[in-house]
Design a protein around this ligand. Structure first.
Ligand SMILES: C[S@@+](CC[C@H](N)C(=O)[O-])C[C@H]1O[C@@H](n2cnc3c(N)ncnc32)[C@H](O)[C@@H]1O
Length: 266
């Protein structure tokens, strides 16, 4: 697919401002589809063990790592490019009494500031769609993983039915994604970087039902809260609703979706 003009600075703008707050309003502090239950599925598939070192690429508010620390006893390391997210992540981690178990760094996931073979697991939840150079990110993930280490992630992708250039441009433009992968192209990238696929799933039907859920929450429960976040701009609220409805329609049609992959470094 053609790329949009979205750059890392645009993504930092999203997560430093009202859009990021809106995503937290509808998804909770785990800013990904399905929250706790989807994280649990991913963690169980990855076989996260006590004291394993897990690197969350695009760690946002740090909730993914707090989940892994609390429920799996993992040691967490977060990398994110947005200062505001990192500040909130550190504060909430301290509030939860987990500062000794989790640390955060600021940086671009295309250049990971840790040494070769340092991690047992590289983790990502619904965020790599924002990354401009995913080849570089996967190569970096392979570098910082030990042999036998796992990469475990979910992401928003082109759906199993494929999509048109127009659909891709509209969704990626609205979401500020430079482009997205497909489940298949992720599998190819992983193999090219020395991984064996342990599991690979298309989660598009669940993704579509969650899109409906977010629209219902915004229109039937959280309208006032959302309007406050975007400065009471009703026109903007309606425009965003229209784009979300378009995404939901394309998700139901299997053109836009989500996948979950776990792979092992050979
Ligand atoms: C949807 S949120 C991630 C949600 C998080 N995985 C969770 O489950 O709570 C997207 C995050 O990705 C970060 N991000 C996007 N592109 C990045 C990049 N190239 N390097 C580092 N962080 C990036 C943004 O700053 C933002 O905090």
């Amino acid at each position: 697919m053609k790329r949009t003009n979205a750059k890392l600075t645009d993504v930092q703008g999203v997560y430093s401002g009202p859009e990021g707050d809106l995503w937290e309003l509808i998804m909770g502090e785990q800013i990904h589809i399905g929250g706790f239950s989807q994280s649990k599925i991913l963690a169980d598939l990855a076989g996260i063990g006590r004291d394993e070192k897990v690197l969350d690429l695009c760690s946002a508010l740090g909730a993914g790592l707090r989940f892994l620390a609390k429920f799996y006893g993992a040691r967490g390391f977060g990398l994110d490019a947005t200062e505001k997210m990192l500040e909130k992540a550190a504060a909430r981690t301290a509030e939860d009494g987990l500062s000794g178990q989790i640390e955060f760094k600021k940086g671009n996931v295309e250049s990971i500031p840790w040494s070769d073979g340092f991690f047992d697991v590289v983790w990502g939840e619904d965020a790599w769609c924002y990354v401009e150079n995913k080849d570089r990110m996967i190569a970096e993930a392979a570098r910082v993983l030990r042999r036998g280490g796992r990469i475990a992630f979910s992401d928003w992708v082109e759906g199993p039915k494929g999509w048109s250039e127009e659909t891709a441009a509209r969704i990626c433009g609205f979401m500020k994604f430079p482009y997205v992968e497909s489940q298949k192209s992720y599998e190819e990238k992983l193999r090219k970087n020395g991984f064996s696929i342990r599991s690979s799933e298309d989660c598009t039907p669940h993704f579509a039902s969650c899109c409906d859920l977010y629209i219902r929450m915004l229109t039937e429960q959280l309208t006032f809260d959302a309007l406050r976040i975007i400065g009471w701009d009703m026109e903007m609220f309606k425009a965003m609703g229209g784009e979300m409805a378009f995404m939901a329609e394309k998700a139901h049609a299997g053109e836009f979706g989500r996948c979950r992959i776990v792979a092992v470094k050979d």
